[in-house]
Design a protein around this ligand. Structure first.
Ligand code: ADP
Ligand code: MG
Length: 356
């Protein structure tokens, strides 16, 4: 019997939301929460055996046969998609069982799905000696969601879960996949991540609708991707119907905010980063319409605490988590006050995931 263990951390996106499937720029970093996959291959198994057995820490169980992967609309699809795509590309896998343990909250905008895909792919790479680089794993992870799960996500989450390192943000160009590590100036600030307690699902309709709206905007503007336009092109959006104009405006201004955030982080100008967080949230709420009232409340409560530079919804939206930047050593006490006020206002329980 041989066992192989691999891990992938969840991620929090500092800024650059809904820009990845528009060929734009993003700035995610890892969170301490992770997903760990332990693969076991029994020596006694014959080469004809193609069974896969799955168990998760939440007592979920699954089983299927390699070569017989079939969409179920459940969590098993993230794993079936992986083995299907690997085998379709000509790589050889054998029977195995996998135990999955995760501390990343699901559907909270912190990329439990990519952490699952990437940790599973890394464990498979080790167990079956697959010749795959980390960027290739990210591409396969995105294809699992696009082609098998039915979530038309971009590549940010998989790139972050596969490549990002703690304490650094991954400034990624999602078209060329070139990236630069940006140091978060931890000696001057704390990062705060709070889960609103309201989960979303990317394979649901709203996320895919936003993507379709961006495609419709491109068609009207006769371009391939919104990446081709920058802030100076904003007047061009006037020719679009109002909804498409708002969606495109978010993407153009959000791309610009990613560049400004990177510059401000390099200069340790945290007030500017905070202002950009606030602008990003307003744009997601008003132009892109991916926030919900409870998240707006959570952001508002957080942003008005003393010592907070700025706060915003992070991840795909329609629920999920917020990210905030605070003065050094204040995140913990601020988070306690925020959770209390949020419960009083909305009746929901928020959980603090990062306060450092
Ligand atoms: P997010 O990636 O923001 O957490 P998604 O909707 O993209 O949200 O992915 C959440 C889904 O991923 C869950 O509903 C579940 O199907 C699957 N998933 C994530 N982590 C695990 C896990 N540890 N075990 C089983 N399924 C998981
Ligand atoms: Mg996801």
């Amino acid at each position: 019997m041989k066992t192989f263990t691999a891990r992938a951390h969840g991620r929090v996106n500092l800024i650059g939301e809904h820009t990845d499937y528009n060929g734009g720029w993003v700035l995610p970093t890892t969170i301490p929460q992770f997903t760990e996959v332990t693969l076991t291959i029994e020596d006694s198994r014959s080469s004809a055996d193609s069974s896969v057995t799955l168990t998760t820490s939440k007592e979920r169980k699954g089983q299927y046969r390699l070569g017989h992967e079939q969409k179920t609309g459940t969590w098993i699809d993230y794993l079936q998609g992986a083995t299907k795509l690997l085998r379709d590309s000509g790589l050889e896998l054998g029977a195995f069982s996998a135990k999955i343990h995760s501390t990343v909250p699901e559907g909270s905008g912190l990329s439990s799905s990519a952490a699952l895909e990437i940790s599973f792919l890394k464990a498979l790479r080790e167990a079956f000696n697959l010749p795959l680089e980390d960027v290739e794993l990210a591409r396969i992870g995105q294809r699992i969601e696009n082609e098998f799960v039915g979530a038309r996500v971009g590549i940010m989450d998989q790139m972050a879960c596969s490549l990002a390192t703690a304490g650094e943000a991954l400034f990624l160009d999602t078209q060329s996949l070139t990236y630069e590590s940006i140091t978060i100036p931890r000696m001057h600030c704390d990062l705060l991540v709070i889960n609103s307690g309201l989960a979303h699902q990317n394979s649901g309709g709203d996320y895919n609708t936003r993507r379709a709206e961006c495609e419709a905007a491109c068609k009207e503007l006769r371009i391939h991707s919104l990446r081709e336009l920058s802030e100076k092109d904003l007047p061009q959006l006037d020719q679009l119907p109002e909804t498409l104009k708002r969606r495109a405006r978010h993407v153009l201004t959000e791309n610009a905010r990613v560049f400004r955030t990177v510059q401000a982080l390099k200069e340790h100008d945290l007030s500017t980063v905070g202002r950009l967080f606030k602008e990003s949230h307003a744009s997601m709420r008003d132009d892109y319409a991916v926030s919900i009232p409870e998240i707006d409340q959570l952001v508002e409560i957080t942003a008005k605490q003393k010592g907070v530079f700025g706060a915003r919804l992070t991840g795909g939206g329609f629920g999920g988590s917020i990210v905030a930047l605070t003065e050094k050593n204040l995140a913990q006490s601020i988070s306690e006050d925020v959770c209390k006020a949020y419960r009083e206002k909305t009746g929901h329980s928020a959980t603090v995931l990062v306060a450092r």
